[in-house]
Design a protein around this ligand. Structure first.
Ligand SMILES: Nc1ncnc2c1ncn2[C@@H]1O[C@H](COP(=O)(O)OP(=O)(O)OP(=O)(O)O)[C@@H](O)[C@H]1O
Length: 729
């Protein structure tokens, strides 16, 4: 506020300086008015530069004004008049005499200020260079990046450009011939020329329409190719991201970027960018033809043009901001809907339908409110646009009429000019009406490029593919906190080993960090301190595909895909023989229930495996892991949903098949851990005990207490059962 007020002192000081210069200049006793105006203007420039810098240094600049824009204003204020008088004196010395003598007049100063303000606003908003506010992280135009997506199709765009030029030129000829005809009709010199002009006009119109059709078709086909390419690049890039990215980004947001944002962008690009290109070409040609007819009228049009540019731009910026907010709010609504639909069972079991519907309705209402604002902003933008265009038309007709009366141009030329000018103005109007839409595409593309250009914080760039892989895992003083909660360490200086041919069980209370050890071993995250080694080498040194062919995980909540059971088991391995799939399924005790399904191995598992029970899903997931014949097998509470008998069968199969394999089992049921060769107890992110079941029981520490608690739990359960039965009897 202080800075804005201080800035207003600049015009006041400028006014005083001009008055002083007007008093001082006669003292120089110069005869040449051009010399007087240049000397005074340079002195004014020096004064304004020093004063503006001083104001900047003391009060600083207001947020809406860039330093380079202030410099531009100072230069324009001082040098606009001398430059104008010098240039026009070459063309018409009489016209400049009046300004030279009265350069300090208040009306001249006011006009200079008006032009300066218009140019400054244009520069601030349209400058091709990055301004300070953008550098501070506001959404910046990603036009360059967008264009880089178009470059592989350069050849096609060249053909489109040629077709645009040909078609535009065809259109340009029509007003020209209309003007010619007006002159011919008025002079009645060559009546046969009338027919020739009509024929030429018809041919050119047909030619222009045909090229326009070809151009549109080629352009739209190319744009859908680009859309497809961008969508698959974004998806690919998202898949490369580290796990922490998926912890923080909402699935609905990511999906919305891949689908809705790319859709919005490519729609705007295919419709609006083609029109933009078309109208830009048209504007250029129209202006050239207008210049040919009357440079004065063309110059007049150009001078008034900034007025019709600034107003739509201002309302366009507001509209653009709103459309950005609408998109963000829509993504949130989508997120609410997809979260509810993907957790339908939980919603139903807690009778949360009404609450979820209200939540979704609330989000949609927010979007609706923003949409309302956006519509009003759009209407305002259109209104200001047409009003400013109308003012320009009236001005041109008035000035053109005067030029005809003065004999500068013929009536035919004025008719042709007015026709060109009408097209020119509507083309400029269309350009500015479309501008927010193209910005909208750029806005949507910014979000897309944010994903597309994002480099994963953790990249698996290793290339180690040893022929002999034993699978000896070493956790060496590992300390880790999740990136989303950097201040809460989950693992603290954890060290242990998993040996080939051994089954190691990791047990401990809930939230002790057991699954976290698995995620680290799977390379989903990187520890802040310590190392995880595989056969003595860091896990990050191994090549991505090789690593995951050697390390297989069956997680706590097995995830299946909406494909056949067979495809789910052979996921990631391509088209494997059915016999291999069956062997793995048998090991996992899944073959029996699979053959009992309606279509056997071809049965669809449903979305996220929803058509199978949790226990069935767990067995399919174990079969999927065993089919890879991994050297390291991790079972993270992978048999929790199985009955005791099936669990025993699966465990025996897994343990028997692991003579050379390294197996890590995480289990809440301690009976599962009992058979393991070694048991590690993890508590509060630290390994507190290590040994066999027997050793740990004898030690009488946490493990034995946990076993006792579970046993007591079972006894209590069975006592309750017996009591219940007695009561029942
Ligand atoms: N993606 C995540 N981002 C932030 N914190 C997490 C994340 N996953 C787990 N945590 C936190 O890390 C801690 C350890 O979780 P972890 O899942 O490793 O425990 P656990 O021992 O496997 O528990 P359980 O036996 O209940 O599965 C918990 O406090 C949990 O809230």
């Amino acid at each position: 506020m202080k800075a804005s007020l201080a800035l207003w002192t600049l015009p006041a000081l400028d006014f005083v300086a001009v008055q002083l210069l007007l008093l001082l200049c006669p003292l120089l006793q110069l005869q040449e008015p051009q010399a007087i105006i240049w000397i005074s203007s340079l002195a004014r420039l020096g004064f304004l530069a020093v004063t503006s810098q001083a104001i900047c240094a003391v009060w600083g600049l207001p947020a809406w004004l860039g330093r380079e824009v202030l410099l531009l204003c100072v230069t324009l204020l001082s040098l606009l008049l001398p430059c104008y008088t010098t240039l026009t004196s070459f063309i018409d010395p009489q016209a400049t005499a009046e300004i030279l003598c009265g350069w300090g007049r208040s009306d001249v100063l006011v006009i200079t200020y008006l032009i300066t303000v218009v140019v400054a606003v244009l520069w601030q908003n349209f400058s091709p260079f990055e301004n300070e506010s953008e550098a501070k992280g506001q959404p910046s135009a990603s036009l360059g990046k967008l264009l880089s997506c178009l470059t592989p199709y350069g050849g096609r765009f060249l053909v489109v450009a040629i077709l645009v030029v040909v078609s535009s030129l065809g259109e340009m000829a029509i007003p020209y011939y209309t003007g010619q005809m007006t002159d011919w009709i008025m002079n009645e010199e060559n009546p046969s020329a009338f027919g020739t002009a009509i024929l030429t006009m018809s041919l050119l119109t047909i030619g222009s329409a045909v090229t326009e059709f070809l151009c549109d078709s080629l352009y739209n086909v190319t744009m859908s190719l680009i859309h497809m390419g961008i969508q698959s690049r974004v998806f690919r890039s998202v898949l490369q991201q580290e796990m922490a990215f998926f912890d923080t980004a909402q699935t609905g947001d990511i999906t919305s970027r891949i689908t809705a944002d790319t859709q919005a962008m490519s729609e705007s690009l295919s419709e609006k960018l083609s029109l933009l290109m078309w109208y830009l070409m048209r504007v250029t040609f129209l202006y050239l033809f207008m210049m040919k007819l009357s440079w004065k009228l063309s110059l007049f049009t150009l001078l008034v043009l900034p007025v019709i540019m600034v107003i739509p731009k201002l309302s366009g910026t507001f509209y653009e901001e709103l459309s950005f907010q609408v998109q963000a709010s829509l993504a949130q609504a989508n997120q609410a809907a997809s979260e509810t639909l993907s957790n339908m069972k939980t919603v139903r079991s807690f009778a949360g339908e009404e609450e979820e519907a209200e939540r979704y309705g609330g989000r949609l209402n927010e979007t609706y409110l923003l949409n309302k604002k956006e519509s009003v902003a759009y209407a305002g933008f259109m209104w200001t646009n047409s009003l400013s265009g109308l003012a320009l038309k009236v001005g041109i007709l008035y000035y053109g009429g005067q030029l005809v009366t003065a004999g500068y141009i013929s009536s035919g030329d004025l008719v042709a000019f007015v026709l060109y000018e009408l097209q020119f103005t509507s083309a400029v109007e269309v350009l500015f009406r479309m501008y927010p839409d193209v910005r909208k595409a750029v806005g949507a593309s910014e979000k897309i490029f944010e994903y597309m250009d994002r480099s994963p914080r953790i990249a698996a760039t290793g290339n180690l593919v040893p022929e002999i892989f034993k699978g000896h895992v070493t956790f060496q003083n590992v300390t880790f906190a999740y990136p989303s909660r950097p201040d809460t360490p989950v693992l603290k200086d954890v060290s242990f080993q998993l040996r080939p041919g051994e089954v190691t069980a990791l047990v401990g209370p809930s939230a002790a960090g057991k699954s976290t050890c698995v995620w680290l071993l799977e390379r989903f995250y990187q520890p802040q301190a310590g190392k995880i080694l595989l056969d003595g080498k860091s896990i990050w040194e191994y090549e991505q595909k090789y690593f995951h062919s050697k390390v297989a995980l069956v997680s706590q909540e097995p995830v299946l895909f909406g494909r056949s059971v067979r495809e789910n088991i052979s996921y990631g391995l391509g088209d494997l023989p059915l016999d291999d799939v069956i062997t793995a399924a048998k090991y996992a005790s899944a073959h029996g229930f699979i053959t009992g399904l309606k279509d056997g191995y071809q049965t669809d598992a449903g979305e996220k495996g929803g058509q199978l029970s949790v226990g069935q899903k767990q067995r399919v997931a174990i079969a999927r892991a065993l089919l890879r014949d991994p050297q390291i097998l991790i079972l993270d509470d992978a048999t929790s949903a199985l009955d005791t008998e099936t669990e025993h069968l699966v465990q025996t199969a897994v343990y028997n098949s692991s003579q050379h394999r390294t197996v890590l089992v995480i289990a809440h049921r301690l009976s599962t851990a009992e058979q393991a060769d070694r048991i590690l107890v993890l508590e509060g992110g630290q390994i507190t005990e290590e040994g066999t079941h027997q050793e740990l029981l004898e030690k009488g520490g946490s493990y034995s207490r946990m076993v006792q608690k579970q046993l007591q739990g079972f006894q209590k359960d069975s006592t309750n059962d017996e009591e219940g039965q007695e009561k029942h009897v």
